[in-house]
Design a protein. Structure first.
Length: 395
């Protein structure tokens, strides 16, 4: 196989009909633009793929001879990117990202998994000293004084399949909440993916509220939610019940020893319209002697999914933290604000999610064909950067 390159990646991305047709019709709100949105979007995708986090870096890429790799002849400045991202249609970009996920499923990317999950969770991104856009939320110190502003968003990712693929996100501004944004995002995700795409949604304790669980159920999804102190009656009932009996099952998870308790006949709290609640409690003994324990609630019956399957679904929630937010922040610059405008922020975040997803599909599926090992992300990044340099030398 040829050495992986940025050109090869772009050709691979173009295999996804959602991305290909999006580039043709991205919903560009500019009047008589001199540089087409397709070119600007390709620059945004590649500069993020190369882990460049600013529009200025994208401008330098465009001003260098390496722009030939992207099929660009004319130079343009970072202000062109700002102007364009202010005016791009968000729905089309969201649908393009979701269509990539749907095509991945059609291409059997998840066929090795009995269950396909989606995880939803929130994080913060991009601070400023002054309020500059409608998504800016005040950050307060211990005395409730405003010390700056930041953004909040919830993200949705495919999880539990061996491929963590984030594909959409929803911001929430002042007066809004993570939990309300999570419901909007889940509804849109299912609308775009189709009702039978995923089997379950996995969420942290903040989302374990009757309206969220009902919304998921209405969308045809089962829920696995962390059970914490925000549901005190159910929490203490489960603690009392499980403290008095040995575990229902013991098994190995990687090199750890896991004990699990599982009962499906707890009473729902007043607002919850489930007949009963199933609670699973696990104690994971790590090889270094430490212990991880957690309670989870679900509406999957014991017949539908055994204790070990619920444990794995619960664990898949970490993917949105680790492969989602941590990678986006530490490697792809989620915290950096390229251009402080509400639409531009969202375009950048969505492009970042798309880059995370396409990079993984390219690296873990496409390059891993036959006997080729899975490349480490940093090894692929190095090859991508070298492929830009090689091209410059030979041109
Ligand atoms: Zn803002």
């Amino acid at each position: 196989m040829r050495r992986p390159s940025v050109r090869q990646f772009l050709r691979y991305a173009a295999r996804y009909r959602g991305w290909r047709s999006y580039l043709r019709f991205p919903g560009d709100g500019r009047i008589c633009p001199q540089i087409g949105a397709e070119i600007l979007l390709r620059v945004l995708l590649v500069s993020r793929l190369l882990r460049e986090v600013s529009f200025l870096a994208a401008e330098e890429l465009v001003r260098s001879p390496a722009r030939i790799v992207l099929g660009i002849r004319r130079c343009f400045g970072d202000d062109t990117l700002s102007y364009c991202t202010e005016r791009l249609d968000l729905t089309r970009l969201r649908m393009a990202a979701t269509e990539v996920i749907r095509q991945a499923k059609r291409n059997k990317a998840f066929d090795g998994s009995r269950w396909i999950g989606v995880a939803i969770d929130g994080t913060g991104a991009g601070r400023s000293r002054k309020k500059k856009c409608c998504w800016c939320r005040p950050i307060r110190d211990s005395e409730k004084l405003i010390v700056g502003y930041g953004h909040k968003l919830v993200m949705v990712s495919v999880v539990g399949t061996g491929l963590s693929l984030p594909f959409d996100l929803e911001p929430y501004g002042p007066g809004d909440s993570e939990y309300a944004a999570g419901q909007r995002l889940l509804r849109r995700a299912v609308e775009h993916l189709g009702r039978r795409f995923a089997d379950y949604v996995v969420v942290d304790g903040e989302f374990a509220t009757a309206p969220f669980l009902h919304a998921a159920g209405d969308l045809g999804l089962r829920t696995i939610a962390r059970l914490k102190g925000n549901l005190p009656e159910l929490s203490s009932a489960a603690e009392r019940r499980f403290a008095s009996r040995p575990p229902d099952r013991r098994f190995r998870y990687e090199s750890d020893r896991v004990e699990i308790w599982d009962a499906d006949d707890f009473d729902p709290w007043t607002e919850l319209r489930w007949e009963t609640v199933r609670v699973v409690y696990y104690r994971q003994h790590k090889t270094d002697g430490s212990l991880v324990e957690a309670y989870w609630l679900t509406d999957l019956s014991q017949k539908q999914a055994g204790s070990e399957a619920i444990f794995r679904m619960a664990k898949s929630r970490w993917e949105i933290e680790n492969q989602g937010f941590n990678e986006a922040k530490n490697r792809y610059g989620l915290e950096h604000v390229c251009h402080h405008h509400p639409n531009s922020l969202l375009v950048n975040w969505l492009i970042m999610a798309l880059v995370l997803t396409l990079e993984r599909l390219f690296r873990i599926r496409y390059l891993h064909r036959g006997s080729h090992p899975i490349l480490e992300p940093i090894a692929l990044l190095r090859l991508f950067r070298l492929s830009m340099a090689t091209f410059v030398d030979s041109s």
